[in-house]
Design a protein around this ligand. Sequence first.
Ligand code: ZN
Length: 174
Amino acid sequence: MTIKAILTEPNKILRQVSKLVEKVGKEEQKLMDDMIETMYKANGIGLAAIQIGVPKRIIVMDISKNEEKKNPMYFVNPIIKNKNSDLSRYEEGCLSVPDQFAEVDRPSSCEVEYLDYNGEKKILKTSGLLATCIQHEMDHLEGILFIDYLSKLKKSMIIKKLSKQKNKVDRIIV
Ligand code: ZN
């Protein structure tokens, strides 16, 4: 398994729409292994393939928040169905938008149809944190980031901050 670099806003690759996976083979499984390892290393609870620069419809997640009992989840070609009209609100962050957080409303429950790590078709009913997380990750597959739901002003402030961070030179004291 290899830890990959996570792309951050305003990298244009993050705005690509990811492509359907034709078949879950060795290459896709290797990608999922790298993704989950990269996600754990970065202390995230979800990661989409496009965040490491691969435009495939693949998501990994682990919302267990338990170091000893990990619960990795793999979603290939996920489709969201039966979104609840009730919304729930979480303060969201994103590995591709480092150190920025904002409240986002999303349907409080939904179903996800997807292929698992072995390419088997599955349906999962989600609610709470799991529902929010899968919807956040699904957005990545469409090139959407959580900051797109914020006001123009707030969004541009965040992008400005991130652009500055990128150009910042390392400070050394000698
Ligand atoms: Zn994200």
